[in-house]
Ligand binder design. Structure first.
Ligand code: HEM
Length: 115
């Protein structure tokens, strides 16, 4: 656990790679990239939960909102890619994903641990 919670670096690395893979998968749909992306969703989630369990006592309300925002962001990314794959429109859902992503990043950096 110390490895995951000592710093926020592993969490940050995980979501940066997640965003890059999302952009690649959105630009050029590919089963392989989407599969690796799903693995990174899990890594973001595990590293986020580890930080949450360790630090949420400092500000339970904000940490709770940060966690929910992170989970919704991942959900919206996945729905965006599935809709794209099915040939359905992605405009609204993509914008929601970006808005939630910005809120999540803002909340993350605003919280006391890490940067
Ligand atoms: C795409 C999804 C996500 C993004 C972009 C994101 C972004 C961030 C950012 C920018 C930080 C601040 C790092 C720092 O200050 O050094 C952070 C920290 C954190 N994240 Fe995430 N996160 C995501 C998903 C999640 C999820 C799913 C959870 C929980 C299950 C979570 C829980 C946390 C916690 C508890 C922290 C520590 C907050 C603190 O600095 O005190 N995150 N995240």
């Amino acid at each position: 656990m110390v490895l995951l919670t000592n710093t926020t670096h592993i969490h940050i690395t995980s979501w940066v790679i997640t965003i890059l893979l999302f952009l690649i998968a959105f630009g050029k749909p590919s089963k392989g990239v989407h599969m690796v992306l799903r693995l990174f969703y899990v890594l973001v989630f595990i590293t986020g939960i580890a930080l949450f369990i360790t630090y949420n006592g400092m500000n339970p309300a904000l940490y709770g909102i940060k966690m929910v925002a992170g989970i919704i962001t991942i959900g919206l990314m996945e729905v965006t890619l599935v809709r794209k794959k099915k040939g359905k429109g992605t405009g609204g859902i993509l914008i929601s994903a970006i808005v939630l992503l910005i809120i999540t990043i803002y909340l993350g950096f605003d919280l006391p641990v890490g940067f």
